[in-house]
Write a protein that binds this ligand. Structure first.
Ligand SMILES: [Zn+2]
Length: 307
């Protein structure tokens, strides 16, 4: 399995019958990361068959309710379903207190540890997380309250050994990991096979930038340059440009302008105002500026095959 992004909710403040508030799941080689957790996210997970216990880390962009009101419910369900593995939550300061208070008044204790990692807010980009699959960095956004986006960068992959050569050259199994990392093969008879002769280049590593709530601000461009996939909020169409500015949100054209300036591969727009019945106008306005734009819609997935 490669890289996959699943949209669990793409509406702004108010959910509708068919559209939930913000949440996304990124899966990279069987590692699952949740970004934001609007109310009802756990129901979306049921609907779209997400195995919630496999989520190892949660990233919360900011403390507006449509981005985190689903968290206590999700944590409670993880507990009731027997979770024991520690869960890390990267979030703004304040969330730890909110969750702990909710647990305290209910006289509840979870069976698993939550490690809250409170994030700083500044105008720069911070490296906040790393495992053997990916690195995660913040993206400083411009919203009414402190808000971070997140940049996921898949780690470089190993070279691939040409399968037919393993038998042919009698490469011992214990040497395969080193060769995948770039070592030459020194055979017992003294012959040396250069790494480039016996391997293929690594498969592509992908990058994804999640730009949660923000008004247009091109200071983020250097932080997301050349990403394969960009999600940028597009709460409004041009008809509501003024409203977008006032509420620290973006229009579809704003999102596309950022995508164009950052030379990204593909743009996904979302966080639609509940006033819209469909998003044809969003898509049209965005595509005028950046052709490779798609809509984030609940239940849709974008995988490395689409990139
Ligand atoms: Zn917000």
């Amino acid at each position: 399995m490669g890289f996959e992004l699943k949209i669990l909710g793409a509406n702004s403040a108010i959910p509708t019958a068919t559209r939930n508030t913000t949440s996304q799941l990124i899966s990279i080689n069987q590692s699952h990361y949740l970004i934001d957790c609007g109310e009802g996210t756990q129901i979306q997970m049921r609907k779209y068959r997400v195995k919630m216990q496999r989520i190892k880390t949660i990233f919360i962009s900011h403390l507006h309710g449509d981005h985190f009101f689903g968290l206590i419910g999700l944590l409670n369900t993880m507990h009731l379903l027997g979770r024991q593995n520690e869960l890390s939550i990267f979030c703004p300061p304040g969330l730890r207190e909110i969750i702990n208070l909710q647990l305290k008044v209910a006289d509840s204790r979870l069976n698993f540890e939550i490690k809250f990692e409170e994030l700083e807010f500044n105008n720069g980009q911070n490296h906040i997380y790393s495992d053997n699959i990916a690195d995660v960095y913040t993206i400083p956004l411009d919203h009414r309250i402190p808000c971070n986006g997140f940049l996921f960068v898949e780690k470089p992959k190993n070279r691939r050994i040409k399968k037919e050569l393993i038998d042919k050259l009698k490469i011992p199994i214990e040497q395969l990991p080193k060769i995948k990392e770039g070592a030459d093969f020194h055979r017992e008879d003294g012959r040396v096979f250069q790494n480039e002769e016996i391997t293929l280049p690594p498969r592509k590593s992908y990058s994804y930038a999640f730009c949660s709530d923000t008004r247009y601000n091109d200071r983020i461009v250097p932080f997301i340059e050349n990403v394969d996939l960009l999600y940028h909020e597009a709460t409004f169409t041009e008809a509501f440009r003024e409203r977008a500015q006032q509420t620290y949100h973006s229009t579809a054209r704003d999102a596309a302008t950022i995508a164009e300036k950052a030379k990204v591969g593909k743009l996904i727009i979302g966080h639609y105002s509940a006033r819209y019945k469909n998003f044809d106008q969003h898509l049209e306005e965005a595509r005028e500026v950046f052709a490779n734009t798609e809509l984030a819609l609940d239940g849709h997935t974008f995988s490395s095959r689409d990139l």
